[in-house]
Design a protein around this ligand. Structure first.
Ligand code: CUA
Length: 334
């Protein structure tokens, strides 16, 4: 293999970072497009500066020794200080400011003629609570998934229940800190329906990396239908609908209910709300894909899959109990 092939292969590996549901280089909304434009400008500029510094460095080796008077030396030094130390930074920082201010402004929740939908996102160690306070018919609560309308701005009100986390949907825009005791707001918009990944972007403990959020933008009607399916009465009916799982419901009520909500059965936000868990796309905030038997597998192995997560191990329960608990939770698909 010749050298060119090696170089191309390495470059190709580098490019794998440019795609995927969390790639900032693949923007799906205006705020993200602004961010990526600034990123390219900064990269180009930094590359020019890098090449310039290397060229000067090489030049310094090759340069012949000049006899100069102290006055001449001072004059040359002054030129470098004024050019490289004052003019260059003033120029480049001003340019970044000119691009940066409107970008930041676009993500601010400035008043609009039609107020956008509000979605509340609350960071927990290590999962996401998502609330829709404006849903018709009453607030909707879910976790580890965020469904939003496409083609219109949405205001995300973010906060934390414990330590500092950060809300970041790379393909839609910038990050924002989630601070306990404070609500930060970021306005994002998805151009079109699509699935976007989100990730906690502030180190928040052992499982920071396993704090993924499934984000999906859907058409307005689909969004409304999704919310309507998650009205509390509907979910409560769903929870007790299957007669085969009376025992599983009892187990849930006597143990899991201390931390988890299932509409109609329990109410607690210590752990993720499970009222629609069967309809989610993954488990453990992105640890396992949701498929048949996945919840049972998670219940038995969660401390191995996601060590030090706050759910205690289920050693005290037998396999049959966990299996039926998992099977019942899988039926919770509104
Ligand atoms: Cu939450 Cu990092």
């Amino acid at each position: 293999v010749n050298r060119l092939t090696y170089v191309s292969l390495v470059a190709l590996f580098g490019l794998t970072g440019c795609a995927g549901d969390k790639s900032i280089l693949d923007p799906a909304g205006q705020a993200a497009r602004d961010v990526v434009l600034i990123w390219w400008i900064m990269l180009t500029f930094a590359t020019v500066v890098f090449i310039g510094v290397i060229a000067l460095w090489l030049y310094a080796f090759k340069r012949k020794h000049h006899e100069r008077t102290p006055q001449q030396e001072r004059k040359i030094a002054r030129r470098w200080i004024v050019g490289g130390g004052i003019l260059l930074p003033v120029f480049s920082v001003s340019a970044l400011l000119i691009f940066g201010v409107p970008t930041g402004k676009r993500m601010l929740p400035l008043p609009l003629s039609e107020p956008p939908d509000v979605i509340e996102v609350i960071g927990h160690q290590w999962w996401w609570e998502v609330r829709y306070p404006g849903a018709e018919g009453g607030e909707v609560v879910t976790s580890n998934q965020l469904i939003m309308p496409a083609g219109e701005p949405v205001d995300f009100h973010v906060t934390s229940a414990d330590v500092i986390h950060a809300f970041w949907v790379p393909r839609l825009g910038g990050k924002i800190d989630m601070l306990p005791g404070r609500v930060n707001v970021i306005r994002l918009e998805a151009d079109e329906p699509g699935i976007f990944g989100a990730q906690c972007a502030e180190f928040c403990g052992a499982q920071h990396a396993h704090m993924n959020l499934y984000v999906e933008a859907v058409e307005r009607e689909e969004y409304e239908a999704w919310l309507a399916d998650r009205q509390e009465e509907r979910l409560a009916e769903l929870a007790i609908a299957n007669e085969n799982f009376a025992q599983a419901r009892e187990t849930f009520a006597s143990t899991c209910a201390a931390c988890h909500s299932v509409a109609g059965l329990s109410s607690s936000s210590i752990g993720p709300d499970l009222s629609d868990v069967g309809a989610r796309h993954n488990l453990g905030a992105g640890v396992l894909p949701m498929e048949e038997g996945a919840i049972h597998y998670w219940l038995e192995n969660h401390q191995t899959l996601k060590p030090s997560n706050k759910m205690p191990p289920h050693d005290y329960m037998d396999t049959a109990t966990l299996e039926s608990l998992g099977a019942w939770l899988e039926t919770l698909t509104p």
